[in-house]
Design a protein around this ligand. Structure first.
Ligand code: PLP
Length: 390
């Protein structure tokens, strides 16, 4: 029976047992597996479809998470990683190789930006940064030897939504694969493979885990051959997910539908109230009708506009910092997607290494505040943000 993703997060597959089915995901906290004879063990080595051998190559609890996320994203399969950056780096290393060409959007998570810089400096990877909002610029940047177009469904921290159907079509024409970081949207709001993406990466640390208690990543593939290659690389680099972390993410997934709906509803209210507040100069949230990404967001996202917003307080950098230090219910903390509201000032933290010009190109003003809106009661939350604004 075809079911809604909200239902599939609750009913996600668990490793089978004999005679009955556990409803919670069993935690196999085992890194090695014993065999009855050397032939069976020998056959299992190097065959990813064979029984479990060693947890760096596979573990039932990790496999349950991989199956659940692949199902939610509509992919052929998934590989779990030790973090979101583990997922992104294993994927890019596998797909690019030495000297490969990647076209990436210029509004990117800072860690991914840093990885692209390192790939360029150490491995000769050629990187062209583009404004993903300008299809002509993307078309011009794609060359016959481009291997990857790298996008984020919703760019950090301004939430700008990428026109995935248009951009993946351009990459396909050029013979490149599209990799999409879908962390901000989650598979409940957007499934990039349905819009033509080849690979979807997630920091499971954020909404999937959801409780600030674990770190992990998951990569989903449309093509099983690409999956096989990246799985091998992930095991070789050792960027694999620990079974207990996989168990925590699987547990988080069960309530993802409820949480994402509440994150989106709260963020919409907070964005509208901030936009009407005299101490606020601008709000960036794709759920606001005058946001430049609103029309695209309505086409690409399904069920809400996400839980992250950014705003510019009147008074620039000092006002931004004062706000960040003034919140009491919200926490001044990095990361996003937690049940609690998290506030940060990108210009002095995540993007501190950028000069004024680079900040402007990334759409980050000196005073900009990013809020990962949590699932608290929205009136309590607004009372806190309002007192911090004053
Ligand atoms: N992708 C996005 C959009 C992120 O915001 C982050 C972290 O903030 C990552 C990837 C990296 O995830 P992790 O910290 O799990 O490595």
């Amino acid at each position: 029976m075809a079911t809604h993703p909200d239902t599939r997060t609750v009913h996600h597959p668990v490793p089978p047992t004999e005679g009955s089915t556990p409803l919670g995901v069993p935690l196999y906290q085992a890194h090695t597996f014993a065999f009855a004879d050397t032939d069976t063990m020998a056959a299992a080595f190097g065959d990813s479809d064979a029984p479990y051998v060693y947890a760096r190559y596979g573990n039932p609890t990790v496999a349950a998470l991989e199956a659940a996320v692949a199902d939610l994203e509509g992919g052929a399969g998934a590989v779990a990683s030790s973090s979101g950056m583990g997922a992104i780096s294993s994927t890019l290393w596998s797909l690019l190789g030495t000297g490969g060409h990647v076209v990436a959007q210029n509004r990117l998570y800072g860690g991914t930006q840093g990885l692209l810089d390192a790939l360029r400096e150490r491995w000769g990877v050629r990187v062209t940064l583009v404004d993903a909002g300008d299809p002509d610029e993307v078309r011009e940047a794609l060359r016959p030897d481009t291997r990857v177009l790298y996008l984020e469904t919703m760019a950090n921290p301004t939430g700008r939504v990428a026109d995935l159907p248009a951009l993946t079509a351009l990459a396909r024409e050029a013979g490149a694969m599209t990799v999409v970081d879908n962390t901000f949207a989650t598979p409940l709001l957007c499934r990039p493979i349905e819009h033509g993406a080849d690979v979807v990466v997630h920091s499971a640390t954020k909404y999937m885990g959801g409780h600030s208690d674990t770190i992990g990543g998951v990569t989903v593939f449309a093509d099983p051959e690409v999956l096989r290659a990246v799985r091998e690389q992930t095991a070789e680099y050792g960027a694999v997910l620990d079974p207990f972390a996989a168990w925590l993410v699987s547990r988080g997934l069960r309530t993802l539908g409820l949480r994402v709906a509440r994150h989106c509803a709260n963020a919409q209210v907070i964005a509208e109230r901030l936009a009407a507040h005299p101490a606020v100069a601008a709000v960036h949230y794709p759920g606001l009708p005058d946001d430049p990404g609103h029309a695209t967001a309505r086409r690409i996202l399904d069920g809400g506009f996400g839980g992250v917003l950014a705003f510019e307080p009147v008074g620039g950098r000092p006002a931004g910092r004062a706000f960040a230090e003034g919140v009491r219910l919200a926490a001044l903390a990095p990361s996003l997607g937690d049940v609690r509201t998290l506030v940060m000032h990108p210009a002095s933290t995540s993007h501190r290494e950028l000069d004024a010009g680079q900040l402007a190109r990334a759409g980050i003003s000196e005073g900009l505040i990013r809020i990962s809106v949590g699932i608290e009661n929205v009136e309590d939350l607004w009372a806190d943000l309002e007192q911090a604004l004053s």
